[in-house]
Design a protein around this ligand. Structure first.
Ligand code: GMT
Length: 379
């Protein structure tokens, strides 16, 4: 346990999404390690579902005034950061996303006139999407360069940030993690039965926010080919803009009985535990937290050679890496794995081992603590 107890503010998007999940889990684990945590967000983070005496929540409220065409969220957040930083004497503010959170943190620090240290974690969407919009590049670079420390969730994202934004700043990779107390294999055989899935059927799972970049249609197309050879069901977990396109494709391919649309779910660890394989076939993905969650439950993954995915899924060890859109290869690798028991068992064990050895929460949380300590000590 770190000897120094810090007062740490955390700002993130509190709604469903990997960055919000990581920010919240990190806050909880830091609290368990004795730090005082102050979430400064627009609503209570959705994963913050346990009571901690040393976690506080400060709501950012955005008032609607007729004179403003858009509600001034960024100014409201900066003001709240200033208020909390001053009153609570925060040592560190850890923000997730350069835009708008790092920029708001810098403004809030100036308003408060304190020695607050700002740590920014890049999660990908701000860089991969906004980095291509030249009107925002300067703002992202400003947020990065004026943070005291910057981390990114994969080596690929570090590289992409330098390529697209060219900041004059060191960016360190700190990988994502899962709470191993939650994500591990549990007995979910009853659930399989309740979903009406026969014992001999394999279960393939995909979890995402159904944005176009997640290429959920490729998941369905690959599943259609797997289904021709192996009795199986596809679980689609999550919701988002592409859902109607995907459900149309499922009908066209006559897979209605074999694809289960489960919508947004909370206890995903039980769904992973009843699954045999995860497909993550995105065209943009800085890390792929859902792959790590599945692997922690012993589920091998097939992912695309995109962004940080190959840093999580190691080809032919705990899963397979395929080219984006190469449905034939994705399906044939899935069939090979699902029909070869020894190979499957070794991939499944390797998946759990990878999470334990490379992405263990205690190891990752210590890396963040080390960054905070160095900043506060002025090293
Ligand atoms: O993938 C999304 O659309 C959500 C986004 C978010 O902000 O939560 O996910 C990003 O951050 C996650 C946590 O670090 C990563 O696991 C995802 O790979 C990353 N998404 C993209 O890069 C597209």
């Amino acid at each position: 346990m770190s000897s120094r107890k810090l007062k740490i503010g955390i700002t993130c998007y509190p709604t469903v999404g990997g960055s919000g999940v990581i920010a919240t889990e990190l806050g909880q684990m830091l609290a368990e390690r004795g730090h005082e945590i102050h979430f400064i967000t627009s609503s209570v983070p959705f994963r913050l579902n346990k009571m901690y005496h040393n976690i506080y929540f400060h709501q950012v409220e955005v008032n609607q005034y007729a004179v403003f065409q858009y509600p001034p969220y960024d100014i409201a957040l900066a003001s709240k950061i200033a208020e909390v930083a001053k009153r609570e004497k925060l040592d560190v503010l850890h923000v997730h996303y350069a835009i708008p959170h790092a920029v708001c943190a810098i403004l809030g620090k100036q308003m408060a006139n304190t020695n607050l240290k700002i740590v920014t974690t890049l999660h990908g969407t701000d860089i991969t999407v906004l980095g291509y919009d030249p009107s925002l590049t300067d703002a992202i670079r400003f947020g990065i360069e004026h943070s005291d420390a910057v981390t990114a969730v994969s080596e690929a994202l570090v590289k992409q940030t330098y390529d697209l934004i060219q900041p004059q700043k060191d960016i360190f990779t700190v990988y994502n993690f899962v709470d191993e107390r939650v994500y591990h294999k549990v007995d979910a055989s009853h659930l399989k039965e309740e979903y009406g899935i026969a014992a001999n059927e394999k279960v393939i799972i995909h979890v995402s926010n159904f944005r176009a970049v997640k290429r959920v249609s490729d998941v369905v197309k690959a599943f259609a080919k797997i289904r021709e050879r192996i009795p199986s069901k596809l679980l689609l977990v999550g919701d988002g803009p592409e859902i109607s396109v995907v459900s149309r494709l499922v009908k066209q391919l006559k897979l209605t009985d074999d694809v289960l649309f489960l919508g947004k779910q909370n206890k995903v660890e039980e769904l992973y535990s009843m699954s045999d394989l995860m497909l993550l076939l995105s065209e943009k993905e800085s890390f792929g937290l859902v792959a790590l969650e599945a692997m922690a439950c012993g589920v091998p993954c097939i992912g695309t050679e995109i962004g940080g995915i190959p840093e999580v899924i190691n080809d032919s060890y705990n899963g397979y890496i395929c080219q984006l859109g190469d449905i034939e290869t994705i399906a044939s690798k899935a069939i090979h794995l699902l029909t070869n028991e020894d190979l499957y068992t070794s991939f499944s064990l390797h998946a759990e081992k990878t999470v334990r050895e490379r992405f263990h929460s205690s190891h990752i949380v210590k890396q963040y603590e080390h960054i905070y300590d160095q900043l506060v000590d002025g090293v």
